[in-house]
Design a protein. Structure first.
Length: 123
């Protein structure tokens, strides 16, 4: 490994404790959390965090943000939480505000490449 390849200031440098992650992505963590809930309404917060690559605390905050903004509802079912997405909510950014989040969910509802762990479950 060269000094250049281990430089943490490089956007594509490997992160400690895990594989390299890009410096930016097209979809925010809020979008990834919403998609994780769409795939599995009974998903555990720890599983959301693992799938998105964020901390459990960050996942909880994002779920709270999405609930407060009206994008999802949560209900206790025994000791678990079940999430329900409100698909007809519109995007928040002015340039995409005419679009509903259901479009994003439908876009990513197909099987993940190779049928990997992010492939949605049939409901």
């Amino acid at each position: 490994m060269t000094a250049e390849s281990s430089d943490p200031s490089r956007p594509d440098a490997p992160r400690p404790g895990g594989p390299a992650r890009p410096a930016w992505t097209f979809i925010t963590n809020h979008g990834h959390v919403l998609l994780a809930v769409a795939r599995d309404p009974d998903i555990l917060v720890a599983d959301i965090a693992g799938r998105v690559g964020i901390t459990t605390r960050a996942a909880l905050q994002i779920l709270k943000d999405l609930e407060t903004a009206g994008y999802l509802e949560r209900a206790r079912v025994g000791r678990r939480t079940r999430y329900t997405i409100r698909p007809h909510q519109h995007f928040r950014h002015p340039t995409t505000a005419a679009q509903e989040v259901d479009g994003l969910i439908r876009l990513f509802s197909g099987p993940a490449p190779g049928g990997g762990p992010d492939a949605p479950t049939e409901q």
